[in-house]
Design a protein around this ligand. Sequence first.
Ligand code: 3HC
Ligand code: NAI
Length: 698
Amino acid sequence: MAHINDFVTLDREGVVAILTADNPPVNALSHGLRVGLLDGLTQAVADPALKAIVLICAGRTFVAGADISEFGKAPRAPGLHDIVAAIEASAKPVIAAIHGTALGGGLELALACHYRIAVRSARFGLPEVKLGLLPGGGGTQRLPRLVGIAKAMAMITTGDMIGADEAKEIGLIDEIVAGDLRAGAVAFAEKAAARAKPPLVRDRDEKILAARANPGVFDEFRKTHGRRWRGQMAPNHIMKCLEAAVNLPFDQGIAEERRLFQELLASDQSKAQRYFFFAEREAAKIPGLTPDTKPVEIKTVAVIGAGTMGGGITMNFANAGIPVTLIEQDQKNLDRGLGVIRRNYENTAARGGLAADDIEKRMALIEPSLKIEDVAGADLIIEAVYENMGLKKEIFQKLDKLARKGAILATNTSALNIDEIAAVASRPESVIGLHFFSPANVMRLLEIVRAAKTADWVVATSMAVARKISKVAVLVGVCDGFVGNRIMRARGMQSERLLIEGALPQQIDKVLVDFGFPMGPYAVTDMGGGIELGWRRRQEIGAKNFIGDSLAERGRFGQKAGKGFYHYEPGSRAPLPDPEVEEIIKEASRREGVDRRAIPDQEIFERLIYPMINEAAKILEERKALRASDIDVIWVYGYGWPLWRGGPMFYADLVGLKKIRDRMLELEKQHGSLFKPAPLIERLVAEDKGIAAYKAAA
Ligand code: 3HC
Ligand code: NAI
């Protein structure tokens, strides 16, 4: 075996060269790996005793793409194009032998090879769009030649992976290897060496000619999917590349791909998405945990309360194959909760997202119960009863007595003080907040709320369990609203002031939708029933809010009622402006003696977004979040902040923290203390630093 460099070895098995890439954890195509691959290929090609070359990877996966951390730095030769050119120039067949995930530049490498073979568990994708990029190693030109334009458009604009069976069926790979990949690859290579090489993918034109005969295919695809790409550059650039693949000679298509790739690489959108890629992964790391803190395995779960949240939470565990005991206070609520769960599964199955017998398998993992004593066997207990401190304390006192030693006692409260809940238990170190978002079976975000006495192993286990049920977990501290809702409240307060000063819900919603949010806050409130929830909460604590109360008193409870901040035609979810709402808002202005004025969109935008940034800074000062980037993860996964804008902290740096601070000082004079810059913002501005990289001490 010859060591080409630290990342690549060259083995020989008879006439077959085996070039092995080894760059843990995911064999990203970093500079060292590129150097090794090119050198190794050159040596294998030059050796007359070798007749075929296998390109294979050590570790958990085939090459999972370019090294994302190298983007934005000065490029270093050789590039992926140089390796691709060397493969295509080889007189000997080159075979990509794939396991794990062949992604991005990794799949592009494979596309340049003469053959691709893979184990059945392998997956394939061009996920560059998720980084605000396009496949820049020839993927937009080669993939449609191999699999046809329709499949290429679907794969590259979504970035989603496909499995080996599908890859074989559509012509992306040549063979599925049943046993050992390396042995299978050597056998395949020996046969390949004995026959004529197939044409390179770049020279296969039959699927391109078929696409040329149907020029309407691009517009059709844009019509169906374009709405999802609103505001984003990458999917539109990808479509241009695919049009070039069909309409231009190969080399010109490649040149177009390179030009558009460079444009995306330099864009703020891709910077935001690359930043976010690492932000999401960093959120999973908890500083300060002792190295011997190991997560405990969660084999069984109990959920208390089968309402909106309890039902969704239960589904998460059943989906992951973990048995759940679902406990209710009476049969009626239990039946209703189970019915909702079953209907959700049936709807998913009807849309093709679940096999019919999986519905029964998942339902069988859910053990309904009316006895709280049934928590006794659970490793993790999640309370999701009404939001009422007295009730939660009562439940936690019972859990303290009934739960087995070493069980985690979690609450899904959205706003109550978890320290106060934990204090009723003799084991407060076992108590933690698991703040799921609604609908809990759909929303990816999970705020894990660490209380004052929560033990490290409880934190570590909660983070591990979140990953198991496919949630994106972010650790936060106890404060009013935790992190996400606390920031949303700061925005909501300004939003209400804007209504009173002269804006209407549709104008405020439009400003945020134009920025990239999927929906505006008032449309969201109508969808989620927030008018009624807020009204009931105010009644409990004796508070008032003129606009909210007036809407509720008129039965304007949101979409379900056909009216809320908007009017809804029967059977439609399209929000329509409503004169009755306008009248209520104008009455609110009159009551406050405010002369309504036309408020420019830019002012609306700044007054909505800057208080969020300011509140986030306060949260960081209070160490309720570990790092600024965690706040971005929360807002992207929990609140619809457009991923391609990175999150509120990334956005603050993009605008410039100093510019925001200066504008806040002006707004403070007109609109009060909500705009008084947080001391952390003042400090960072004085030090000429941004906020997105800020880390609160552990
Ligand atoms: N570059 C640099 N680092 C990468 C990386 C990449 N392409 N892919 C993963 N990593 C790092 C992660 O940051 C993480 O580091 P950490 O342990 O220090 O936090 C580590 O590898 C493991 O990653 P995950 O935690 O994500 O591991 P998983 O097992 O959950 O997932 C994966 C593995 C599916 C490969 C996932 O990491 C992934 O999707 N990676 C990105 C793949 C990608 O986007 N490729 C395209 C890159 S762009 C490109 O190729 C351009 C080309 O067209 C020119
Ligand atoms: P819900 O009213 O839909 O459900 C609560 C369920 O708890 C009801 O089915 C009720 O019968 C049951 N219950 C009440 N007392 C019980 C007892 N002693 N034993 C067993 N079951 C009992 O309420 P929802 O919306 O599911 O909220 C639950 C918790 O989740 C609350 O703390 C809420 O603040 C929190 N939350 C709610 C979110 C939402 O959007 N609805 C989002 C995040 C958290």
